[in-house]
Design a protein around this ligand. Structure first.
Ligand code: ARG
Ligand code: ZN
Length: 465
C-alpha cells in the first residue's frame, strides 16, 4: 500500500490517510517521508506553485553573456513543512546542469514546467537547494497574449513576471503565497547597466561588472526583476513622510531623453500615497524605463518598470501597487482586483487632488456611461474562470469602482482606516478577498455580504452606484 499512501500524501493532510484503511499514525507514513505536491491548486493557474516547503530566501547569481545566453546558479533556502522525500520547483525552459541539496548531489528530472528534485535523504526542517543552469531564456506568453518573464530589448533584456514569468529565469516556488527575501547578483559587460529590486552594491572588474541587488523583505516571485541594457543610471534619494530618506535608482533608456519629470515625480507620488495608505513598504525606489514594447508597465517592488515614457497616472498606478500588490499580495490570482482595483483607485485619488473631479464623480461618469451590456460588467471582478480576464476592465475599473462604492457605503473614516489596516495587517504577506471583506465588516461594524456579492461576485451592472 505504500505507493497509494505516497500518492495521497501529495496534498492531503495526514488525517485524511485513514481513507486507505490505515490509521493516521506515524506508522502509516513511509519512513522516507512523502513527496511535496506539484501544485498549490490555484484555480486560474493549476500548474503553478509547489507544496511541502516554504522558501525563505533566493540567491540568484547570473552571468549575462547576451540576451540569449545566461549561465546562473540559484540557491534556495527553504523549510520543509513535512518530512519530504521529493519536491518540485517551477522552471520554464533553460538547461539544468546540476542540483545539490544541502551540499549533496540530488537527482532531478524535468516534467513540463516542473523541476522535480529527489534529494539523497528525506528532508526535515531547513534545507538549501542549489540549481546550476544555462541557456537562452524563453519568453512566456500569458493567457491574454502578453509577453511575460524574460523579454529581449534592443540592447538587453527586461524581466516582467506577472503572473507566471518568474520561472523563465530562475527556479522557484512560483505562487504569490510563498514570499521570500532576494539577493540577485548579475555580471554583465561593463558597458551595460543592470537594474534590480532593493539596494545596490556594484563591483567593476575591467570588462565586466557585477551588480548585486538585495531585497531583504519578503517579496513574491512575480515582483522580482532584473533589466539589463544601455541605461542612463541616476542615483539620488527621496524623503519619506517619516523624515527618513531612502535611496532612489533610476534606469532610463537614452532614447527617451533624461526622463527628468518621471524621475522627479517618484518622491511626490510616494509621499502622496503614504498620506492615504501608511508608510512606504520598501527600502528603495526608482523607475526603469526601457524599450521592451511589452505593452504594459509592472509594479516590481521598489522598482516599477515602464515600456516607454509613462504618463503621470501610470506612474501613480505602479507606485500605488507598492502597498497593494507588492506588500500585501493576493494568495490566488483570482483575487487580483485587490491589486488592480486599488491601483486604479489610487489614480483617481491623484486626479482628484490635482485639479480633477472627485473620485466619486470620476467613477460616476464611468458608471453612467457604461451600458448594462458593457464589457466592464462581465465577468465579475473576483469570480471568473478564464485567466485571460486577469487584467481586464472588470478587475481594474470595476475593482476601483467597488472601492468607491464601499467608501460611500461605510463613510470616509472607516474606509481609509480599512485601507491602512489592510496594508498594515498583511504587510509583506498575502491575503484573500474573503479576508478583505471580513476586515471591512470589522472596521465599519456593518454586514457587507450583500454589498460585496453585488460588486465583486455578480457579472451584472449593479443597480446603483
Ligand atoms: N500589474 C500590471 C499593472 O497593471 C499589469 C500586468 C499585465 N500583465 C500581463 N501579463 N498582461 O500595472
Ligand atoms: Zn496595475
Amino acid at each position: 500500500t505504500a505507493p497509494v499512501v505516497a500518492a495521497l500524501a501529495l496534498s492531503l493532510p495526514l488525517a485524511s490517510l485513514t481513507v486507505t484503511g490505515l490509521p493516521a499514525s506515524a506508522a502509516a507514513v513511509p519512513k522516507g517521508g512523502s513527496p511535496g505536491a506539484t501544485s498549490i491548486g490555484d484555480p486560474l493557474f493549476p500548474t503553478i506553485g509547489n507544496g511541502g516547503y516554504d522558501v525563505r530566501h533566493y540567491d540568484i547569481s547570473l552571468d549575462y553573456r547576451s540576451n540569449t545566453s545566461i549561465r546562473a546558479t540559484t540557491t534556495i533556502a527553504a523549510r520543509a513543512t513535512k518530512r519530504l522525500s521529493r519536491f518540485s520547483l517551477d522552471l520554464e525552459g533553460l538547461h539544468v546542469d546540476a542540483v545539490t541539496v544541502d551540499g549533496h548531489t540530488a537527482r532531478f528530472r524535468r516534467a513540463g514546467t516542473k523541476l522535480i528534485i529527489t534529494p539523497s535523504h528525506p528532508l526535515v526542517g531547513s534545507f538549501t537547494t542549489k540549481v546550476r543552469y544555462h541557456g537562452a531564456p524563453v519568453t512566456h506568453t500569458d493567457p491574454d497574449g502578453s509577453p511575460d518573464g524574460w523579454i529581449r530589448t534592443t540592447d538587453g533584456a527586461t524581466v516582467q513576471s506577472e503572473p507566471v514569468g518568474a520561472a523563465t529565469w530562475f527556479p522557484n516556488n512560483n505562487t504569490p503565497q510563498d514570499k521570500a527575501g532576494f539577493r540577485v547578483s548579475v555580471t554583465a559587460p561593463s558597458a551595460l547597466a543592470v537594474a534590480g529590486n532593493g539596494t545596490l552594491v556594484k563591483h567593476r572588474h575591467g570588462a565586466r561588472t557585477t551588480w548585486t541587488w538585495t531585497q531583504p523583505r519578503p517579496m513574491a516571485t512575480y515582483l522580482a526583476m532584473i533589466s539589463v541594457g544601455r541605461y542612463q543610471v541616476t542615483h539620488t534619494s527621496v524623503r519619506l513622510r517619516s523624515g527618513k530618506r531612502i535611496p532612489v535608482w533610476n534606469f532610463v533608456d537614452p532614447i527617451f531623453g533624461s526622463a527628468k519629470s518621471e524621475r522627479d515625480l517618484v518622491g511626490p507620488i510616494i509621499r502622496f500615497e503614504e498620506g492615504f495608505y501608511g508608510p512606504y513598504p520598501w527600502n528603495s525606489a526608482g523607475v526603469v524605463i526601457d524599450n521592451s514594447k511589452s505593452g504594459y508597465a509592472l509594479e516590481n517592488a521598489g522598482r516599477p518598470v515602464f515600456d516607454g515614457l509613462p504618463d503621470v497616472l501610470t506612474e501613480v498606478h505602479e507606485y500605488g501597487h507598492q502597498w497593494y500588490g507588492d506588500s500585501v499580495t493576493p494568495k490566488r490570482w483570482m483575487d487580483v482586483w485587490l491589486n488592480e482595483g486599488f491601483a486604479d483607485y489610487t489614480e483617481k485619488l491623484w486626479t482628484a487632488k490635482h485639479g480633477g473631479q472627485s473620485v466619486r464623480a470620476q467613477y460616476q461618469t464611468i458608471y453612467d456611461d457604461t451600458p448594462a451590456g458593457g464589457r466592464l460588467w462581465s465577468p465579475a471582478p473576483a469570480r471568473f474562470s478564464d485567466p485571460a480576464d486577469l487584467f481586464g476592465d472588470p478587475v481594474y475599473t470595476r475593482g476601483g469602482m467597488t472601492l468607491a462604492a464601499l467608501r460611500f457605503e461605510i463613510g470616509d473614516t472607516a474606509f481609509f482606516s480599512l485601507l491602512r489596516r489592510w496594508a498594515a495587517d498583511h504587510r509583506y504577506g498575502s491575503g484573500t478577498t474573503a479576508e478583505f471583506i471580513a476586515l471591512a465588516e470589522r472596521v465599519s461594524h456593518r454586514q457587507l455580504d450583500g454589498f460585496f456579492t453585488t460588486w465583486l461576485y455578480t457579472a451584472k451592472k449593479p443597480a446603483r452606484f
